[in-house]
Design a protein around this ligand. Structure first.
Ligand code: SF4
Ligand code: SF4
Length: 111
């Protein structure tokens, strides 16, 4: 028989005290723009790959800040490094360099 009604969603609580800051500091050293993001979403709105995949740099940065590194890496693997987000970012972040270094620091392959 089909079940109806509501169920509890799994917890998405993030404990920031447990986030490993050493990799974040390494990323910051490689691309200081990492800490300048204001989550405006302009990069995601104009992303070339965003129409076909789940790529969202805004979300990836937030994943990294919350210690959900693998979610960020899996998402950014679909980035084409076209640089469109670099042109649009109002904080002047070198987004391409940021994406490259997120994959280098948190991914298992160097690009
Ligand atoms: S560089 Fe990557 S994240 Fe930025 S617009 Fe191009 S595909 Fe999207
Ligand atoms: S456009 Fe720049 S400031 Fe806005 S969310 Fe993207 S990286 Fe962050």
């Amino acid at each position: 028989m089909k079940e109806f009604g509501y169920s509890l969603s799994p917890s998405s609580r993030v404990d920031l005290d447990k986030v490993d800051k050493s990799k974040q500091n390494r990323l910051f050293a490689l691309e200081p723009g990492f800490k300048k993001c204001m989550s405006c979403g302009s990069c995601s709105a104009t992303c070339s790959a965003g129409n076909y995949t789940d790529v969202s740099l805004r979300r990836a940065i937030s994943y990294i800040q919350n210690g959900q590194d693998q979610l960020a890496v899996n998402m950014l693997r679909n980035c084409m490094l076209c640089g469109k987000c670099l042109i649009i970012c109002p904080r002047g972040i070198n987004t391409r360099n940021l994406i490259r270094n997120i994959l280098n620091v948190y991914g298992e392959k160097q690009i």
